[in-house]
Design a protein around this ligand. Structure first.
Ligand code: 8YV
Length: 317
């Protein structure tokens, strides 16, 4: 029987299935795995479910020359914490959970767009602080999203789900940049460069995978290209944005606001960011709904089941 390690507690339905189908150990902690734990995982289990923060680096693989592990079945679509080439060289396949996260993450992007554009966080803080002096026609005016232009950075599954919501729900014009041309069933213009996109839109939404290729893609230059009334939304990975440059742009009022679900050094959120009114800060809630997390967990187990049955893995990265 396959020996499986789940690196975090999961919804009961997922844990029950894991225990029923495999010889399963469930790590009781919610913190990232230590290097020792990762080495033991590779040495003693056939399949391991890592997730965000479990840094399976080349060094970790290097310490376990003959791993028992044949599969890292990542919980989450983003796998920038895993050195996939090093895993492959060690004979270990990597899978992820695409599809299961798409709509929930796109919904959070919409929430951040609305919260930032309509100053919801600021308004909520005002009411809670007992500082609301009452309605008046020019109180807390924000940006009306309907008919505005959204720029999608990365037109993959999540980017398309955001774009659809913007087009069909808010009558927004959609523009985007992506590595490849896309066939879309709604109108959208592909821009020649990220800077051109940044300059043309009212809201810039980041939906590219994390990792070395996209680190600091949104830098001071891109932020400077944005319009002063524009908002930035990040539901991807924190280090896609140069956080120091973003703080400088927000502090100087060079852009109107930002909505962030992810941070460069998660879970650390810089005090300078927390001190700003024109930023909405969520604690990586992208997929935080029970049925979504169940769907992700079941997808992880489907990949482990395929390994056990000697069948092709459904979601190789
Ligand atoms: C996950 C995410 O919940 O799927 C992803 O990549 O960012 C999330 O919403 C979490 O990060 C686990 O990977």
């Amino acid at each position: 029987m396959i020996r499986l390690l789940l690196s975090r507690p999961l919804p009961a339905a997922v844990e029950d299935r894991a225990r029923a189908e495999f010889d399963t150990e469930i790590r009781a902690l919610n913190t990232p795995m230590s290097a020792d734990e990762m080495r033991r995982a590779l040495a003693e289990f056939d399949a391991v479910m890592p997730t965000l923060g479990d840094a399976f680096s080349a060094e970790v693989f290097g310490h376990v020359p003959r791993p028992r592990c044949r599969l890292l079945a990542n919980f989450g679509v983003g796998y920038d914490h895993i050195d996939v080439d090093a895993a492959r060289s060690a004979g270990i396949a990597v899978t992820n959970t695409p599809g299961a996260v798409t709509d929930a993450t796109a919904d959070i992007a919409m929430m951040l767009m609305l919260m930032s554009a309509r100053r919801a966080g600021e308004g909520e803080r005002l009411v809670r602080a007992g500082g609301w002096a009452g309605w008046h026609p020019t109180q807390m005016l924000g940006m009306h999203l309907t008919d505005r232009t959204v720029g999608i950075v990365g037109m993959g599954r999540i980017g398309q789900a955001v774009a659809r919501r913007c087009h069909f729900g808010f009558a927004m014009e959609v523009r985007y940049v992506s590595r490849s041309a896309k066939t879309l069933d709604f109108p959208a213009n592909r821009e020649g460069s990220l800077t051109a996109l940044a300059a043309a839109v009212d809201v810039l939404v980041i939906a590219v995978p994390g990792g070395p290729e996209t680190r600091h893609l949104i830098d001071a230059g891109v932020l400077a290209a944005m319009q002063p009334g524009a908002h930035l939304v990040n539901v991807a990975r924190g280090d896609v944005v140069d956080e120091a440059a973003l703080i400088a742009a927000l502090e100087a009022g060079r852009i109107a606001g930002a909505g962030l679900d992810v941070y460069e050094h998660e879970p650390e959120v810089p005090a300078a960011l927390r001190a700003l009114e024109n930023v909405t800060l969520l604690p990586h809630l992208g997929t935080a709904a029970l049925d979504v997390r169940e769907g992700m967990g079941m997808m992880v187990l489907d990949n482990v089941a395929a390994l056990a049955a000697g069948q092709p893995l459904p979601n190789p990265v």
